[in-house]
Design a protein around this ligand. Structure first.
Ligand code: HPA
Length: 266
């Protein structure tokens, strides 16, 4: 960690971001438009490379609305074969760089039948169905406690900020519970019926590990899902990664407007 932080501080001339953003599938464009310094993950000591199509794999530093921001343009996923600890390492790096608010974004399937593709959903809570936990193993007391409370990961005050920004922009928002599966296979219709019964509104393969670690490190989390498709069995068509990227592309302009307004308000 010391090596990673030393490298980033040197490369960025001691940038000290207060807001972190992790940009999900198809949402990386925001970092292209706001980019003062970009460092590929492959050049950062102890970072892992992103291997998924639609994910660039670089850490982007920018000043937006007078605030210093660090963005992950593309994330690492559990389904790539990395450990939970590896995929959440960047969140700990952000904490050490001074980040207090972390905005997590993703593309997700709609479990809630009232949601439609291209809707934006503010995450109010999550269900970890990935079969693992990023905090397994020896606890690092300098970051957080052994048995951290998870009763308000997605801070209500940030949900309110997102809602009032969306209202001013005339953007309709959904709110709901995000359930994470490990992937990489999409769900079966039976799994989606189960997800609905246990209280999920949207389903995806990311975000939850990062949210757990951020909350453990006492960072405030805001989560935004771009609904890219009706989940398995909800519509009769089959699912593809191309469809997920296409639809996310359609909602990216309102996504970018919303993120900019939220940053200006924080
Ligand atoms: N399931 C899981 N992950 C996803 C989906 C989905 O339907 N859509 C986008 N990411």
């Amino acid at each position: 960690m010391e090596e990673t932080i030393k490298y980033l501080k040197e490369k960025t001339n001691n940038f000290s971001p207060e807001i972190g953003i992790i940009l999900g599938s198809g949402l990386g464009e925001f970092a292209d438009e706001h980019c003062d310094i970009a460092i590929p993950y492959s050049e950062i000591p102890n970072f892992i490379k992103s291997t998924v199509k639609g994910h660039k794999g670089r850490l982007v530093f920018a000043e937006i609305s007078g605030k210093q921001i660090v963005m992950m343009q593309g994330r690492n996923h559990f389904y790539e074969g990395h450990t939970m600890q590896e995929i959440t390492y960047p969140v700990k790096v952000m904490k050490k760089l001074g980040v207090k608010t972390l905005i997590l974004t993703n593309a997700a399937g709609a479990v809630n039948e009232n949601f439609k593709p291209s809707d934006l959903m503010i995450i109010t809570d999550h269900i970890n169905n990935m079969g693992s936990n990023p905090l397994l193993g020896t606890n690092d007391d300098s970051l957080g406690e052994r048995f951290p409370d998870m009763s308000e990961i997605y801070k209500k005050k940030l949900v309110t900020v997102a809602e009032s920004c969306a209202e001013k922009l005339g953007i309709a928002l959904q709110k709901g519970v995000y359930l994470a599966n490990s992937g990489p296979s999409y769900e079966t219709p039976a799994e989606i019926r189960m997800a609905r019964i246990i209280g999920a509104d949207a389903v995806g393969m990311s975000t939850v590990p990062e949210a757990i670690v951020a909350n453990y490190c006492k960072m405030d989390v805001l989560g935004i899902s771009c609904i890219s498709n009706a989940a398995s069995g909800v519509s009769s068509t089959s699912l593809s990664h191309e469809e997920v990227i296409d639809v996310t592309n359609q909602s990216k302009s309102k996504f970018k407007k919303l993120i900019s307004a939220i940053i200006a308000t924080l």
